[in-house]
Design a protein around this ligand. Structure first.
Ligand code: HEM
Length: 158
């Protein structure tokens, strides 16, 4: 199994922990609810990277085929899931800004803003690949995914 599966699992546990921490659980505030939904949609799409990475590294042909077929089934929804993640994160940001108002001193907000810009670029490059599928755009989309993974980790940790 690819190291990305384990990294994704750690990130998922981190997000769940932040959300169910005694102070906020079980009352979900709207910003947290939308943030969690957007996060889960992003992670679902990002798991595709872990699946591809496993396909490349696993020696058994049968497993490769099984994973490739699974990935193919989800592909028609990939762009829409990414777009939905952006919509939920936009709602997350709107509610956060409405409830707390923006501050450059708040590192969690800064990391969130950075993640938001990164997510916009990810969605744009994802749709752009439908118009003009080049290897360079694939690389950019992948690199944006890696940076988004780490910025979201920071956002959740802060
Ligand atoms: C890809 C973008 C983003 C993702 C995936 C995301 C995800 C999350 C999640 C899952 C939480 C709940 C867990 C926690 O408290 O750490 C959260 C909280 C928070 N996020 Fe985001 N977020 C994003 C963007 C943003 C943006 C753009 C802002 C602000 C401009 C922001 C500000 C905050 C704040 C202030 C909290 C704490 C809310 C509270 O405790 O009531 N986030 N985010």
């Amino acid at each position: 199994m690819s190291k990305w599966f384990y990294m994704n699992l750690v990130l998922l546990l981190m997000a769940i922990w932040q959300v169910v921490k005694p102070f906020s659980f079980p009352i979900f505030s709207l910003p947290i609810l939308f943030g969690l939904i957007g996060f889960l949609l992003f992670l679902f799409n990002w798991t595709r990277n872990a699946v591809f990475s496993t396909i490349r590294n696993v020696p058994e042909r049968k497993t490769k085929i099984k994973l490739a077929n699974l990935s193919k089934k989800v592909m028609p929804y990939h762009r829409w899931i990414g777009t939905a993640a952006l919509v939920f994160i936009l709602l997350h940001a709107v509610f956060v800004l409405h409830w707390y108002s923006f501050s450059f001193q708040n590192m969690k907000m800064l990391a969130g803003l950075l993640a938001f810009v990164n997510l916009i670029l990810m969605v744009l490059t994802g749709w752009w690949r439908l118009v003009k599928p080049t290897g360079r755009m694939r690389q950019i989309h992948l690199r944006l995914g890696i940076s988004l993974f780490f910025i979201i980790s920071l956002h959740l940790l802060l």
